[in-house]
Design a protein around this ligand. Sequence first.
Ligand SMILES: Cc1cc2nc3c(=O)[nH]c(=O)nc-3n(C[C@H](O)[C@H](O)[C@H](O)COP(=O)(O)OP(=O)(O)OC[C@H]3O[C@@H](n4cnc5c(N)ncnc54)[C@H](O)[C@@H]3O)c2cc1C
Length: 405
Amino acid sequence: MSNPHPVLVVGAGPVGLTTALALRAEGLPVTVLEADGENRQRPGSRAIFYHRQTLQLWEQMRSGLGWEIARAGLVWSTKRTFWGETQVYERTYPLPRPDVLPSSTNLGQVDAEAILFRHCREAGIEFAWNQQVSAVSSTPEGVVLQTAAGREWQARYIVGTDGGRSVVRKSVGIELEGPRIEDAFVIVDVAEDPDDPIRPERLYYYEHPAVEKRNVLLVPFRNGIRADIQLRRGDNPDHFNQPDSVKHWLGRVLPPKYADRVTWVSTYQFMQVVARSFTDQHRRVLLAGEAAHLFAPFGARGLNSGVPDAVAAATSIAQALNASNPAQAADAIQQAAERRREAALYNRNASNLALEHMRADGLGTRLKRKASALLARYGTRAGSYLDSAPFGPRASARKSSDGIY
Ligand SMILES: Cc1cc2nc3c(=O)[nH]c(=O)nc-3n(C[C@H](O)[C@H](O)[C@H](O)COP(=O)(O)OP(=O)(O)OC[C@H]3O[C@@H](n4cnc5c(N)ncnc54)[C@H](O)[C@@H]3O)c2cc1C
């Protein structure tokens, strides 16, 4: 290898941008290779909900970043859950203290990425656009990447943050393991009417009476609201996502004027998959974000776990570059890969629990949900279960060596 880059990041999505910032925080020069051109339009209807842990990690890698995303986002303080027409749970949290990062914030992924990208530019990170990586080969000494246009790049280490269809992952022979979930969800983003702002409340409806008893989740974010309808088995997703159909059901779960303010519609059948390994056989390639795992978004574990993947990758690559011998370098990479895979398995399990609850396939779950709906009128415990179960167990329940999920 002649004069390789110390490290290259493949993919300028939110996890790639975060990886680049975390590597800069380690004092390393970074170049990000991105398949798209610089003025691309990024898709909507993806992440909106960022946990405090994510904001803290962003703040640690670049002073002011976590706070900027926290302030750009909307903090909803009330959550309410309904069974049909009956409210079964309500909780209002105190407003966040001005000197502590909020427990979460809600901001469209496109806006969060724009902030991350500006910070990357300010941190001196290089971007190479229109570099669609088509093949990656690793050796004990480093990595060689080929692009579709025939250019070659060389690096001592790379981080594959090239998303769910990761060419990096496939090139080094790592498979994703896990199922695809049959249930389909139609997710619609709607622009807020500035003259009539949306109440900062997260609403979850079991068996919403206005949409033939389908489950509906409504989450406000800065300048918008996300409406998520869980289709029933036998529903045709290609019907529910058509403009006339969206207008019809959306106008029944939100004030009708919102049916004319749709900004993005997507249909999802979610994967619950984790890469067999987060590193290659030579410990020169690390995977992070959706290149390494794909989860259903209930509980918001995708990007919120991609950010600690990015931090672990950056820290371990800095250690490996400074290691006194190859075995020590390989060990630093291996440990980071194992820790983040363990976290991904935990996150997948948490989002599996949320999905099982929402799908209610088993008689036990159906009975527990119905009994809780009846009991909720006598106390908050049953209501609290109905409110929280669609999002999986709380992250704070996790006991891991570093406490990061
Ligand atoms: C409906 C929905 C709601 C969600 N809500 C949340 C939420 O509230 N909170 C949360 O934490 N997560 C959420 N997620 C998950 C979140 O959107 C993802 O985890 C996140 O986008 C993953 O980012 P990434 O950078 O890994 O991948 P991507 O965003 O897919 O970025 C990959 C990048 O790599 C580039 N690329 C691809 N192939 C190549 C190649 N061969 N060469 C070079 N570049 C390449 C792409 O152009 C892209 O720029 C949600 C997802 C969905 C679908």
